[in-house]
Write a protein that binds this ligand. Structure first.
Ligand SMILES: Cc1ncc(COP(=O)(O)O)c(C=O)c1O
Length: 469
């Protein structure tokens, strides 16, 4: 079967003519046309194979046969909406609940991950989005907390208690809102920040933030759209990395949940669900929770279990992280390597003391890898973090291949720039010294408090114009 209908040039022409210009394409000067995919590999119209290191949507592997079969069989039988009783809906909700702490037991099905960008209320809570608007003013009812970034943030690895320090920043925002007579609705954060630069918050941070937020009458919302479903290896949900004692009030899920099928879910507590009901508003979504989506969701859960993909994420993710750490020992441009499971970032810097972001170099690597048929992205407020979040069937051989290529490219870039490994300064206790003041434009990423009225404002530090995967 040929999956190509038009020659590539014609596809490009038609796209320019009929698809909105704000819909960006990867590698716009020479976009890739993918016609089929399997596992962690994608194939272009000429049969060239690309290694996919970034697609956390094709969670259990592109076009997984069990997922395809489940969807096709259910589609043949019935697809309708959640106003009819159907066992797929309740069975899926039950299976999902079994992966979560007990009190997170009520589901609302949606067909997209509550995108931070298509309605103004959601643009408002995402600095990633509102920084893209020219002359954007941040909503006065949203406060952006400091990104709990231990590498480049306000409180770093050498801080005695960064979890408390970052949580205190949230508390300060709450206090300021209170001083103006306002209430707190919620705190929302990704459990690990993806577009924010593969940031791993210090353990205990969420508990402390939740205490402050709850005391103020607000809710804690964990966004697991990118990082959930076993990706972090040790746990099924990334918020669980914070410790057994932390349970959010609301969890949002998307991308991997349907392995590419448009499906998403908001899970919450009975108490929150009852409060929502008491508002009098019916919740209905035409496609959310339909029998086909739920059959697909069930198949995804089955594959994760059957193929031990969470275990694979732990093993291969650990292996990939170690390979990248070796690169850090070898290449001055690699400033930091951090990750959990198959969610890994390598932050590139021109100077390991000043932490000057190596943005152009990161982009160069991405383009050179593309030429060698490897798909990777660079993200973060400075777009200098190489971001790995591949399908969960990613193998050690794949990790070897991509890191080997990165090694070669880094060697060439550093040679051209005349960069050499710095002589490392050590502190008395043997740890590497990194006591640099945070850069003036500290990153304020997708952690935020939202309430109904407020006048305080924090300004955008970066114009984050980039592609989002
Ligand atoms: C962390 C996070 N939350 C929510 C969303 C929104 O998901 P969707 O595009 O399915 O609406 C995205 C999408 O990129 C995301 O990365």
């Amino acid at each position: 079967m040929t999956a190509e209908m038009f020659p590539k040039e014609k596809t490009i022409d038609l796209r320019k003519k009929h698809i909105g210009p704000s819909c960006k394409v990867f590698f716009s000067h020479d976009p890739i046309k993918i016609v089929r995919a399997k596992g962690q590999y994608m194939y272009d119209e000429n049969g060239v194979r690309y290694l996919d290191c970034i697609n956390n949507v094709a969670h259990v592997g592109h076009s997984h046969p069990m997922v395809v079969k489940a969807g096709a069989e259910q589609m043949e039988l019935l697809n309708t909406n959640s106003r009819f009783l159907h066992d797929n809906l309740v069975q899926y909700a039950q299976r999902l609940q079994a992966t979560l702490p007990e009190k997170l037991s009520v589901c609302y099905f949606v067909n997209s991950g509550a995108y931070h960008g298509h309605v103004s209320s959601l643009i408002n809570i995402s600095p990633y989005k509102f920084h893209q608007l020219a002359n954007a003013e941040q909503s006065k009812s949203v406060h952006v907390a400091l990104s709990p970034d231990l590498y480049r943030g306000n409180y770093r690895q050498d801080h005695p208690d960064p979890a408390t320090a970052y949580a205190d920043d949230v508390n300060n925002l709450i206090q300021k809102a209170h001083e103006k007579g306002h209430k707190v609705a919620a705190f929302i954060a990704e459990s690990l920040q993806s577009c924010g630069g593969q940031v791993i918050p210090p353990a205990g941070y969420f508990q402390k933030v939740a205490q402050h937020v709850h005391r103020a009458g607000g809710l804690f919302i964990a966004d697991e759209v990118q990082v959930g479903f076993g990706r972090v290896g040790t746990h099924f949900w990334a918020f669980q990395l914070q410790g057994e004692d932390f349970v959010p009030d609301i969890v949002t899920m998307g991308k991997p949940i349907g392995n590419g099928h448009p499906m998403s879910c908001v899970v919450t507590t009975r108490e929150v669900a009852e409060a929502f009901k008491n508002s009098g508003m019916e919740y209905f979504n035409t496609f959310g929770g339909n029998p086909v989506s739920c059959a697909i969701g069930l198949a995804v859960l089955d594959v994760i279990e059957k193929e031990d993909l969470q275990g694979n994420a732990l093993r291969v993710g650990g292996y990939l992280t170690r390979l990248l750490e070796q690169q850090k020992e070898k290449h001055p441009l690699v400033g930091d390597v951090r990750g959990r499971g198959l969610f890994v970032g390598a932050e590139l810097v021109r100077d390991r003391v000043k932490l000057t972001p190596a943005t152009a170099e990161a982009q160069d690597i991405i383009y050179k890898l593309k030429e060698q048929h490897i798909l990777l992205s660079a993200d973060g407020p400075h777009r200098n973090v190489l971001k790995f979040k591949p399908p969960m069937c990613f193998s050690e051989e794949d990790a070897d291949m991509v890191v080997e290529k990165i090694d070669q490219i880094l060697t060439d870039i550093e040679k051209a720039l005349g960069l050499q490994m710095p002589s490392t300064v050590h502190t008395e206790n043997g740890s590497r010294k990194r006591n640099v003041q945070p850069e003036e434009n500290g990153c304020h990423h997708s952690n935020g408090i939202s309430h109904s009225h407020d006048t305080s404002q924090q300004h955008a530090s970066q114009q984050n114009k980039r592609l989002r995967s």
